[in-house]
Design a protein around this ligand. Structure first.
Ligand code: ADP
Ligand code: MG
Length: 391
């Protein structure tokens, strides 16, 4: 998805007011009726109507009249609100190019006042493509029951809390800087996702680092639940950084053991097939050799310190109900993925795009940021605009 920051630069103050009004209305309306937008925005003489037309034209809001007449924010509208917040507070000063397309996120380079390049992850729950979904109708029906903007905000909040807690506990993760709505601001990892790495000088060392992460996290009471080649980044020194945390669960989760074993098995199979680690036969159908890829079982590790890191989520103000809502939405997403992968392989919508957009060198990143749009000069003044998040 393209992030058209030009529209953001030239947006009038009243348009922001109306966009914020739609966001506020969405706290208790799926679609916000026009009179409510008008009354929250408080603009005179049909001012809100004119601004709504402008927002529609820029695809920042969507009009729907199927059940009743009203407006809702689009992901782009939500992006704009998050970006404006970060810009107004001086946390970032410019937005550069897109560097990643995740399963349910877009990642952009951004720059701060010190000229440092950072990464901004915009969560996009519910956008997974339906290309090969067989049971399309049922699946869509199921998905439409979710409020995706709200769930994306929860995903961001959870990801931020875990990223920060993991970092503070010495895990190799991006530095967590800020969270706003569905956007997580973090340090840029100067490495490539393992899925794009063709060769490793020491595959067993990389495997051991990853296996150690899995074990150490369980010792802290946590399971990543998506610890695979898409969420592990490796730099030139073959050091691993772990990313992508919205689906993490506590070791006290009823399915914890299954999740732990699944993460471990996926990693073993990947290292056996791609890097021939611990396998003897054909690489494509190699199965992992347990004697070489030794890993402790769930029962061996998830013991004493349970819950230490899980506290991070509670401390972030995340309620049990919110955690449940997010978990259900992520499960629905995963079901969709599994339906898509006809051969049962771990399929990633958007991963083709990753291959295209992520083949950059560090120098290229820096030059892109140098010529990126500076929003600081765009007239977006630092005035209070917090409308809160979409729920
Ligand atoms: P998703 O939840 O959608 O899978 P990820 O967090 O896994 O999103 O990010 C998707 C891709 O974006 C990654 O595979 C990686 O290429 C890139 N990426 C994510 N975070 C960073 C970061 N901090 N620095 C550099 N690239 C990143
Ligand atoms: Mg990912």
């Amino acid at each position: 998805m393209k992030l058209d920051v030009n529209a953001l630069r030239y947006m009038e103050k009243d348009a922001w007011r109306v966009l914020t009004a739609v966001e506020m209305g969405m706290k208790n309306h799926e679609l916000v009726p026009a009179p409510l937008v008008e009354s929250i925005a408080g603009l005179k003489h049909g001012g809100a109507y004119r601004q709504v037309q402008e927002l529609l034209r820029n695809k920042l809001v969507h009009h729907d009249s199927k059940h009743y007449d009203g407006y809702r924010l689009t992901y782009m509208g939500y992006d704009f609100l998050a970006l404006k917040s970060l810009l107004n507070r001086g946390v970032i000063t410019g937005v550069g190019r897109q560097i990643g397309v995740g399963k349910e996120s877009d990642i952009f380079e951004v720059v701060n006042e010190e000229g440092e390049t950072l990464a901004l992850k915009l969560h996009r729950l519910g956008r997974t493509s339906f290309r090969a979904v067989k049971n399309k109708r049922d699946y869509l029906k199921h998905r439409q029951n979710f409020n995706w903007l709200y769930l994306s905000r929860l995903a961001a909040l959870k990801e931020f809390a875990f990223m920060r807690a993991l970092g503070e506990n010495g895990f190799p993760v991006p530095g967590a800087i800020e969270v706003n709505r569905h956007a997580v601001l973090m340090t840029l990892v100067k490495a490539h996702p393992l899925t794009q790495v063709r060769e490793l000088a020491h595959p067993e060392k990389v495997f051991n680092q990853v296996s150690d992460l899995l074990v150490r996290m369980a010792e802290h009471g946590l399971i990543h639940c998506d610890l695979n080649e898409f969420n592990l980044m490796v730099n030139d020194q073959e050091e691993v950084t772990m990313i992508d945390f919205p689906q993490m669960v506590s070791c006290s989760h009823p399915n914890a053991e299954m999740y732990y074993e699944r993460d471990q098995m996926c990693l073993k199979i990947f290292f056996a097939r791609k890097f021939g680690l611990g396998s003897t036969g054909l690489v494509e159908d190699a199965s992992p050799d347990e004697s070489i890829m030794k890993c402790p079982s769930f029962k061996d590790v998830a013991i004493a310190k349970q819950g230490t890191l899980d506290e991070a989520l509670k401390a972030s103000g995340f309620s049990k109900a919110e955690e449940k809502a997010l978990e259900q939405a992520l499960e629905a997403t995963r079901e969709g993925d599994e339906e898509e992968g006809e051969d049962g392989q771990h399929k990633r919508p958007g991963s083709e795009a990753v291959a295209v957009v992520c083949t950059f060198t560090i120098d290229e990143v820096e030059s892109h940021v140098a010529c990126s749009l500076s929003l600081e000069q765009s007239g977006l003044s630092a005035e209070g605009e917090e409308g809160g998040a979409g729920s």
